[in-house]
Design a binder for this molecule. Structure first.
Ligand SMILES: [Zn+2]
Length: 143
């Protein structure tokens, strides 16, 4: 059926590196604020590979949770438009179809949180390799 992007996370995609370069990554509990250009209401704007800029939080949702059903909105449980922390993003609705897909459990499962933590740990390790000490303070939160 529909492709789940999070299962095919392209680890070495330079566009994804570009995305992360614009995010203030913190612990999973905190908001990860978009530090680059924003749309009028404060939502992060990210242009993937020359495409028209789209919502950064939707890109983050696609990256970590997979597809966004037609017509569904990606909403913030933290009410922070600039936040792209995937654990703060959930599908919301303009209609019953999307609401239905939320109730069918597309939202973060414990396995997905565990997977995300693993991918974050790997990412932090890669960053540490690339940028030798001193390691930025925020990275230590993932050890
Ligand atoms: Zn948040």
């Amino acid at each position: 059926m529909s492709k789940n992007v999070s299962e095919t996370y392209p680890q070495n995609d330079p566009q994804i590196e570009r995305f992360w370069d614009k995010v203030d990554v913190r612990s999973l509990a905190e908001c990860w604020l978009w530090t680059a250009g924003k749309f009028a209401k404060g939502y992060g704007a990210f242009a993937y590979a020359g495409h028209r800029p789209g919502y950064a939080h939707r890109f983050s949702y696609l990256l970590h949770h997979g597809d966004i059903p037609e017509g569904a909105l990606v909403m913030h449980s933290c009410d922070t438009p600039a936040c792209v922390n995937p654990t703060h993003l959930r599908l919301g609705t303009a209609g019953d179809n999307a609401r239905d897909s939320v109730s069918k459990g597309r939202w973060m499962t414990p396995a997905r949180v565990a997977g995300l933590e693993r991918s974050l740990a790997a990412r932090m390790a890669a960053l540490r390799d690339r940028y030798p000490p001193p390691v930025p303070e925020w990275m230590s939160k993932f050890e």
